[in-house]
Design a protein around this ligand. Structure first.
Ligand code: GAR
Length: 211
């Protein structure tokens, strides 16, 4: 059984997709053991509660400095003893101590086709604003392992999404979520649960299914 800690910051639609795909069996042999939010009172915590999953808020506002917050975050993850940490719309820079504690065991969803529209300043709606400003015709989403860099770890899955005339950042964000994020995040977790992702340097390989 793959035990997940899912880290969230807001709406939690990716968390919901994971909950729903575990419930309907699309994601096999997996359980969410804890949801951690850095913001109090967010919808993602309501979604966890509704699914009977423990939800914890670890907010930087409750700690004197960033180092203490980072320690609390690491403890909050460790206590739940996960096999995999899933960043599902988690708007916090993951400190090196957490990456060292969970090498190749943290994954993130990014709402663009990495290496485009990623890195510093590209998160949430800003990604889609950047996409529209540049006028690219295709965007998408990426699930990747988290390493010391920003959006730089081995890519697991990507899915392309069309940019259409008249798109606003909000309309495009919704399409990227529906057509890509809510599909590839559950799929990546299932592949990991089945032991089908092999990391090869900066890349990954999807291993064939056991017959
Ligand atoms: C999602 O679009 C996710 O890809 C993005 O934030 C949104 C969270 O939505 N993440 C990032 O930008 C991380 N760099 P959700 O809370 O409804 O899942």
């Amino acid at each position: 059984m793959l035990k997940l800690v899912v880290c969230v910051s807001g709406g939690g639609t990716n968390l919901q997709a994971i909950i729903d795909r575990i419930a309907d069996g699309t994601i096999s042999n997996t359980k969410i053991v804890r949801v951690i939010s850095n913001n109090p009172g967010v919808k993602a915590l309501d979604r966890a509660a509704a699914a009977g999953i423990e939800g914890v808020c670890i907010s930087p506002r409750d700690y004197a400095d960033r180092a203490l917050f980072n320690e609390a975050l690491l403890s909050g993850i460790r206590e739940a003893d996960p096999d995999l940490v899933v960043l599902a719309g988690f708007m916090v820079a993951i400190p090196p101590a957490i990456i060292e504690a969970f090498p190749n065991r943290i994954i993130n969803i990014h709402p663009a086709l990495i290496p485009s529209f990623c890195g510093k300043g590209f998160y949430g709606l800003r990604v889609h604003e950047g996409v529209l400003k540049r006028g690219v015709k295709v965007t998408g989403a990426t699930v990747h392992f988290v390493d010391e860099g920003l959006d730089s770890g081995p890519i697991i899955l990507q899915k392309a999404v069309e940019v259409r005339d008249g798109d606003t950042p909000e309309i495009l964000q919704r399409r990227v979520m529906e057509e890509a994020e809510w599909v590839i995040m559950p799929r990546a977790i299932d592949l990991i649960a089945r032991g089908r992702i092999e990391i090869v340097g900066r890349t990954t390989r999807i291993l064939p299914e056991d017959k």
